[in-house]
Design a protein around this ligand. Sequence first.
Ligand code: XBP
Ligand code: MG
Length: 258
Amino acid sequence: MIEAFIFDVDGTLADTERHGHRVAFNQAFAEAGLDWHWDEDTYGDLLAVTGGKERIRHFVQTRDLPQHRDPQLDALIRDLHASKTRNYLELLESNAIPLRPGVERLLREARAAGIRLAIATTTTPQNVTALHANALGDHGLGWFEVIGAGDVVATKKPAPDIYHYVLEKMQLEATRCVAFEDSHNGIRASLAAGLKTVVTYNDYTRHDDFTGASLVLDQFGDRDNPSQELWQQHGQNFLSVTALLQPVNLDTNICHSS
Ligand code: XBP
Ligand code: MG
């Protein structure tokens, strides 16, 4: 019997990457006097590396930038990422990034059905609390029993560490949980941890390989903004807790790579 839903954040709860994180990174680079600029396509490629600090390091190394040989590279990455996080939090505080369609509804339905909620994300913890506070109000913070985020684990997605961390904190078996993800890195992590996974892709991840997912959707949807894929697959307008708790909807493993 399913007892908990474990949600990824970026790309799943909210479409944060293109106009959120990416903009915050570019602001940090400009503030530091660097001529680096991650346009939307470049950032889409860099999303193959999870973790903002790891992403900056990957960018410097793969483009063999002069900073690559700087003995202070670690300090530069740390300072850039701190600026980026400040910029991103300001973006969230201006309520610039809404939750995706159906997310708040599904969270409320799950709470009403007694389903426990948690977060398993690569992003920085402050980013999670700010997203929830701005999108759900301060009461929204208490909806999640465990927030597994960022550097709380040594190895980020696609490693399963963050899911293992959350399962251990919740004292739950993976078979009692459903994971919600948006990307190939994310589903690799959740499947490696043994969780059935629902995917809601976005513009950056629509062509990712989601093999092994139980459901692959364009969005959770709402009555007035339906999920197109769920309608085609199951004749339902939007993803509901009732649908998720019917084993048939989660026992199918989808081969989805386009
Ligand atoms: C997505 C990520 C994060 C964000 C940037 O996390 O990989 O690194 O892109 O956030 P998820 P930080 O999909 O697991 O929520 O700069 O704070 O890492
Ligand atoms: Mg994600």
